[in-house]
Design a protein around this ligand. Structure first.
Ligand code: B12
Length: 190
């Protein structure tokens, strides 16, 4: 895949020069502690092929580095990838730090352990901008366009907010049992 992209890149770049406009600047990173990058790389390729300018910070990227690069390069949208459970907390750390730095550009969240519910319940409330969970690479480019384009961005923001509020409403708090009650309910395996 990477070899194919290396081959295609000059043609894509030439096309960009010809059309004179980038669809937007995307900063991508797999968060600190996580080495998985196959999904992120697919996202990067798909977005590049859709005319986005990609800044790929690679894997195991500390939150501080993501914030530093965001302030320096001013992307239109940020994409965070995570495939192991600890990455979920790391993503919360990233958006908190971005907020502290007065950044509110939309953030896309993706990777196998991420979910729309975790994004709505845990990540989005820690940030001032939109936090969008993206299922797979086929959805990134049109979604990013909606959140970057000034004509569609407010509607996109409102419907995401409503979607996330509904998700959180339907989530009932976990039932906490006493130890005695839990023992009584043990499954009969044999
Ligand atoms: C390949 C793989 C590896 C490779 C990674 C190679 C690489 N260069 O990426 C290697 C062997 C290195 C590896 C290591 C480990 N792995 Co691993 N790995 C996998 C595996 C089998 C496939 C992941 C993958 O590439 N999928 C294919 C891609 C295309 O899918 P994807 O990443 O989900 O991406 C798509 C979408 O999610 C989305 N997307 C992804 N990122 C982004 C980002 C944005 C911005 C957006 C919008 C969308 C988006 O778009 C993508 C394309 O459609 C998964 C199992 C699985 N079924 O997911 C386990 C898995 C992720 N690994 C796991 C584990 C535990 C580990 C290790 C901790 C194992 C160990 N004990 O050492 C280490 C990780 C060490 C670390 N610190 O990170 C667990 C995680 C469990 C958990 N919940 O924590 C999994 C789920 C396996 C399992 N069932 O136990 N792993």
């Amino acid at each position: 895949m990477k070899q194919a992209v290396t081959f295609l890149q000059p043609y894509i770049e030439q096309q960009k020069v010809n059309s004179m406009a980038s669809a937007g600047k995307v900063l991508l990173a797999t968060v600190k502690g996580d080495v998985h990058d196959i999904g992120k790389n697919i996202v990067s390729v798909v977005m590049a092929c859709n005319g986005y300018e990609i800044i790929d910070l690679g894997v195991m990227v500390p939150a501080e580095e993501i914030v530093r690069k965001t302030l320096e390069l001013k992307p239109d949208i940020i994409g965070l990838s995570g495939l192991i459970t600890p990455s979920l907390d790391e993503m919360i750390k990233v958006v908190k730090l971005l907020k502290e730095s007065h950044v509110s550009v939309p953030v896309m969240i993706g990777g196998a352990t991420t979910s729309p519910l975790h994004t709505a319940l845990r990540i989005a409330p820690q940030y001032d901008g939109s936090v969008i969970w993206v299922k797979d690479a086929s959805q990134n480019a049109p979604l990013a366009a909606k959140f970057i384009n000034p004509v569609t961005r407010e509607d996109a923001k409102d419907s995401l907010q409503k979607e996330q509020q509904d998700l959180c409403k339907n989530e009932s708090p976990a039932e906490i049992l006493s130890f005695e009650e839990a023992k009584k309910r043990k499954p009969d395996l044999f």
